[in-house]
Write a protein that binds this ligand. Structure first.
Ligand code: FMN
Ligand code: 7N5
Length: 391
């Protein structure tokens, strides 16, 4: 089939098309998980183990799929997850994503390691609500300055990533000797100690992001640093990367505004549970005191329904946005968001829900692995192992 005439109709097809367009080093960086990638596979398989229990004969002629997330209205319960270095996918990078988010009325989370600066992204789409993702640098001044700049530029919350004290080992990046391409820079760190030369290590040294992380990020960060962060900002703090009841309880105690249940798209600790399998435990420990969001493995509108049924208020989506961006910039991001929105809308109707509040626990049932026989559906295998042939 002629690639030019192929229009993807779901996020898996966007991934296949993006793979055919991107240089291998970049596609592999975006797509990879850590180690054997068991958790990468399981993030999606986890959703398939959960099945829907629809109610029928409900009048769904009028549906409202919008919601409010930490006081921000959103066209549906989806948030764009932070993802580093988006100009590698498309020259408009984070700006294309921010414009699309604003147009589609969803929150965008900007990574600290963006290729446009946080100010450029804010100015590109002033009407779109944005959150800013943070890592804690060994040099606290770097983090403090980022926080001040994010506040000044109008970001509405800080998303502190807590599952990356060290960077996970992504073997493809080591093989590819991943580095930020020479024509790109980290937008937020011009003339700073945290500059991009740290990622451009000697070619012989393996993954450039691994050495960037090891050199600059602080592996000694603890709950005390949450208290410190609270002293330097008035913005709500969201912890990204909580997956257990124990840490969820501590997060609530520490006074953060929300939690994102996440395993970082399986890029950090391989062998962890799929995040969808952690949602109920975290929601139980949080006891409705703060909102719980989740990410990792969301690829379908029905995945969003499952996450909400288990108690999440919204999902964040990482890679599918990058695939849309790689395929056709802002239009591709628009299309990915629209596909997920339309799938969610249809799915909500078919389970018999007129509004997001009507999604509840009894709409899902867990099926154990042995009932399914295989952990991945044949359709999924076909899509991802031979994506190009399929086009
Ligand atoms: C290419 C890529 C870059 C990422 N960069 C960041 C980052 O800079 N900060 C962060 O907190 N999470 C980062 N993440 C993790 C995402 O925010 C999110 O947790 C993950 O992508 C969700 O899984 P999904 O891709 O299956 O939707 C990155 C993920 C990917 C795929
Ligand atoms: C140094 C970039 C790290 C970004 C990140 O969090 C990821 O690749 O998962």
């Amino acid at each position: 089939m002629d690639e030019k005439q192929f229009t993807p109709v779901n996020t898996y097809e966007y991934q296949a098309l993006a793979k055919s367009k991107l240089p291998k080093m970049i596609y592999d960086y975006y797509a990879s998980g850590a180690d054997d990638q068991y958790t990468l596979e399981d993030n999606m398989a986890g959703f398939r183990r959960i099945r829907l229990r629809p109610r029928v004969l409900v009048d769904i002629s009028v549906q409202d799929i919008s919601t409010t997330l930490l006081g921000i209205s959103s066209s549906f319960p989806l948030i764009i997850a932070p993802a580093a270095m988006q100009k590698m996918a498309h020259p408009q990078g984070e700006i294309a994503v921010a414009r699309s988010a604003a147009k589609n009325k969803v929150i965008m989370t900007l990574s600290s390691l963006s290729t446009y600066s946080l100010e450029e992204v804010a100015e590109s789409s002033p009407t779109g609500p944005k959150w800013f993702q943070l890592y804690i640098y060994k040099d606290r001044l770097v983090t403090r300055k980022l926080v001040e700049r994010a506040e000044k530029a109008g970001y509405k919350a800080l998303v502190l990533t807590v599952d990356a004290q060290r960077l996970g080992r992504r073997e493809a990046d080591i093989h590819n000797k991943f580095t930020l391409p020479q024509h790109l820079t980290f937008g937020n760190f011009k003339n700073w100690t945290a500059s991009d030369d740290k990622i451009r290590t000697k070619k012989s040294q393996g993954s450039g992001i691994e050495s960037y992380f090891a050199t600059l990020m602080d592996p000694s960060v603890t709950w005390k640093d949450i208290a410190w962060l609270k002293t330097i900002t008035k913005l709500p703090i969201i912890l990204k990367g909580i997956t257990t009841a124990e840490d969820a309880a501590k997060a609530v105690e520490s006074g953060v505004a929300a939690i994102i249940v996440s395993n970082h798209g399986a890029r950090q600790l391989d062998g962890m549970l799929a995040t969808i399998d952690c949602v109920e435990e975290v929601v139980g420990a949080v006891r409705s005191l703060i909102p719980v969001f989740m990410d990792s493995g969301v690829r379908r509108g029905t995945d969003i329904i499952k996450a909400l049924a288990l108690g999440a208020q919204a999902v964040c989506v990482g890679r599918p946005i990058l695939w849309g961006l790689a395929v056709s910039g802002e239009d591709g991001v628009d299309d990915v968001i629209n596909l997920l929105r339309n799938e969610f809308h249809l799915g909500m109707g078919l389970v018999g829900c007129r509004s997001v509040n009507e999604i509840h626990r009894r709409m899902v049932k867990r099926q154990n692995d042995s009932c399914l026989g295989v952990s991945r559906s044949p359709k999924y295998d076909e899509r991802l192992s031979q994506p190009i042939a399929r086009l």
